[in-house]
Design a binder for this molecule. Structure first.
Ligand code: GLV
Ligand code: MN
Ligand code: MN
Length: 424
C-alpha cells in the first residue's frame, strides 16, 4: 500500500489553488449588491447559476480523478477508490447560496474537501477506505423552503417523493428543476452503506472564534431549528374611507407577529440563545391606499434545546390564534422545516482538536447557530465539523462574508490530516 500511512506533515495543502477555486466559483452567480456596491453571490438552488456551479465543480471533481455520481435528489458525490472495499469516509457541504450570499458559505466545505483530494493525489496517497466528497442540494432552503433538502433525503429524514414535490414561491417544483438543469440523477438518494464518518468544513458565520482569538473551531453540534410559513387573510378596503374599527388588516397582524417573535426571543424565558426571525413578508395588494388583505410571512425559530424550542413554537401558535380572533383575520400556520439539535461525535471532536494542537492552531469548542449538512449525517454515522473564523463580526448570508486565505488553509489542513488518519 503505497504511502498509505503518510501523516499530515507530509501533505501539502495548496492555499493558492484552494483560493483560486473559491474565487472562480464565486464568479458563478456573482452580482453587485445595490445597498453596498459589494460583489456577492446569488446561486439559489437549482437555478441556472446553481447549474453552472454544479457543472464547474463536477468537472473539477472529475479532473481530480473522482468517479462522479448524481443521485435522485441532485446530490453530487465524487468517489476516490480505497485499497479496500470499506465504508467510505465522507466530506462535503453545499454550493447553493442564499440570494444575497458570499463566497464561503458551503463553498469552502466543498472546495476544501476537493483540495484534500488534490493534496492526496499530489502526495501519491492511497487510502484503505474510499473517500467520498460531495455537494448536497438546497442546503439553504432559501428557494424551496426546507433547509438541508438533499442531505435530509440522503440521511433518510425527508422522503424523496416529498422533496421532489416541493415548490418555490412561483410553484416551480424541485423535480422539474432538477430535470431542467440536467441534475435529476439516477443513483439512489440513500446512504446504502453508512459512511465510516463524515467531516464538514465550514465558515463559522458568527463572531465567537474571532472574539476568542481562536484560529479554528471544533463544532460540538447544531442547534434545533423550526421554520413556519404563516398566511394571514384579512380584507382589502379603501384606506381613506374605511373606519379603523371596521378593518381586518393583514399587515397589522403580520407586524404583531414580528414583534411577538422578537420579544419572545429577548425575554430570557427561552434562554439566552433563543433566536427568532421573520425574514420574509409578502403583502397583497401592497399599495399605498389599500388596507392589505393578505400577508405571507416566515418565522425562523432556533434554540440549542429541542424542548425549549418546542415550548417557543407552542407560545407562538397560541399567540397567533389569539391574534386572529382579536383582529378578525384568519391565520394558517404550516411547519416547512424542523430539525432537532444535533450532537457531534466526541471521539471525532477530540481527533480534530489533536490535529489542531499538532499544527499549532488555537482552537475553541463552538455550537453552530446555522444549519449544516453535517447534522443530517450525524444521525447515520460519527460526524464532526471544523469551523474557520469569519471576519467582520462573523457576518454571513451577506456579500461581506469573508474568511482569510490563511484561515481557510488552516481549516483544510486539519481536514486533510483528519481524513488521512480516518481513511488509512
Ligand atoms: C443555513 O444557512 C441556515 O442556517 O439557515
Ligand atoms: Mn452553509
Ligand atoms: Mn447558509
Amino acid at each position: 500500500m503505497r504511502d498509505s500511512r503518510r501523516r499530515g506533515p507530509d501533505l501539502r495543502v495548496d492555499k493558492e489553488r484552494l483560493w483560486k477555486s473559491l474565487m472562480s466559483l464565486a464568479q458563478v452567480g456573482a452580482y453587485t449588491d445595490q445597498a453596498t456596491g459589494l460583489r456577492g453571490v446569488n446561486r439559489l438552488a437549482l437555478t441556472d447559476a446553481d447549474a453552472q456551479g454544479r457543472r464547474l465543480v463536477s468537472r473539477w471533481f472529475e479532473e481530480a480523478g473522482l468517479e462522479v455520481r448524481v443521485d435522485q435528489i441532485g446530490n453530487v458525490i465524487g468517489r476516490r477508490a480505497g485499497v479496500e472495499d470499506l465504508a467510505p469516509l465522507m466530506s462535503g457541504s453545499h454550493i447553493d447560496s442564499v440570494p444575497t450570499g458570499g463566497a464561503f458559505d458551503g463553498a469552502l466545505g466543498v472546495l476544501g474537501a476537493l483540495e484534500v483530494v488534490r493534496s492526496f493525489n499530489d502526495a501519491g496517497v492511497e487510502t484503505r477506505r474510499p473517500i467520498e466528497i460531495g455537494f448536497f442540494t438546497d442546503e439553504e432552503g432559501a428557494r424551496f423552503g426546507t433547509d438541508m433538502l438533499g442531505s435530509g433525503v440522503l440521511a433518510g429524514r425527508i422522503s424523496l417523493a416529498e422533496a421532489l414535490a416541493k415548490g418555490d414561491r412561483d410553484g416551480v417544483r424541485v423535480a422539474d428543476e432538477l430535470a431542467r438543469i440536467g441534475f435529476a440523477g439516477s443513483s439512489p438518494a440513500t446512504l446504502e452503506q453508512a459512511p465510516a464518518a463524515f467531516i464538514e468544513l465550514h465558515v463559522e458565520q458568527g463572531p465567537l472564534l474571532m472574539a476568542a482569538g481562536a484560529d479554528l473551531g471544533v463544532v460540538t453540534g447544531v442547534q434545533a431549528i423550526a421554520w413556519r410559513e404563516l398566511v394571514i387573510t384579512g380584507k382589502s378596503a379603501h384606506a381613506g374611507t374605511t373606519p379603523m374599527s371596521l378593518r381586518r388588516d393583514a399587515m397589522l397582524a403580520a407586524s404583531r407577529v414580528v414583534t411577538f417573535a422578537h420579544d419572545m426571543a429577548t425575554s430570557g424565558r427561552y434562554g439566552e440563545h433563543m433566536r427568532a426571525t421573520v425574514g420574509r413578508v409578502d403583502l397583497y395588494p401592497n399599495r399605498v391606499n389599500i388596507v392589505p388583505s393578505r400577508a405571507l410571512l416566515t418565522v425562523d425559530l432556533r434554540n440549542p434545546d429541542d424542548l425549549v424550542l418546542r415550548a417557543a413554537e407552542g407560545a407562538l401558535e397560541a399567540y397567533v390564534s389569539e391574534l386572529a380572533s382579536e383582529l378578525g383575520v384568519v391565520i394558517t400556520s404550516r411547519v416547512t422545516a424542523r430539525t432537532g439539535a444535533a450532537h457531534f461525535d466526541g471521539g471525532l471532536q477530540r481527533l480534530l482538536a489533536r490535529h489542531m494542537d499538532e499544527c499549532g492552531y488555537r482552537h475553541q469548542r463552538v455550537l453552530s447557530g446555522a444549519g449544516h449538512d453535517a447534522q443530517e449525517f450525524a444521525s447515520r454515522c460519527p460526524t464532526a465539523m471544523i469551523f474557520v473564523p469569519s471576519m467582520y463580526d462573523g457576518i454571513s448570508h451577506n456579500p461581506r462574508e469573508y474568511s482569510t486565505i490563511e484561515a481557510c488553509e488552516a481549516g483544510v489542513r486539519v481536514l486533510a490530516r483528519a481524513m488521512l488518519e480516518l481513511a488509512c
